[in-house]
Design a protein around this ligand. Sequence first.
Ligand code: AMP
Length: 140
Amino acid sequence: MTDCIFCKIVDGDIPSAKVYEDEEVYAFLDISQVTKGHTLVIPKQHTKNIYETHPQVASNLFARLPKIASAVKEAFQADGVNIVNNNDEAAHQSVFHLHIHVLPRYGKGDGFGLKWEDNSGKYTQDQLTETAHSIASKIS
Ligand code: AMP
């Protein structure tokens, strides 16, 4: 796609700090380096977000994550790794070419935050079943 910054990176028209490349997948350092080693993993084939991604493209992309995440963790002896994928502006997607953030973690105050409320016990089993049915009915 001509006006896509990540397609331009794949094509070599914009510089990037490459971490990994094969036929289907390209991985490079995120320019923002939220934590040291913050890496983006993308399909070479342009796809806007997770909803529009062909299952085979998603499969190829995710298949590379174990080795890339392991390398990111090992390179700087991180304590852990978060794998994050943002879809839509409301979910903080700013580049509309599917990408997976691999974020090595170095303990509290390392620069990455994720607010995660624990609502266990808030919903009855019937309410959870109803919510699950609403989602299940949309899976084709
Ligand atoms: P998101 O907010 O999930 O869409 O993430 C997009 C990410 O792309 C951000 O973390 C940016 O820092 C990163 N980014 C944007 N332009 C470049 C670039 N030219 N090279 C590397 N990373 C980039």
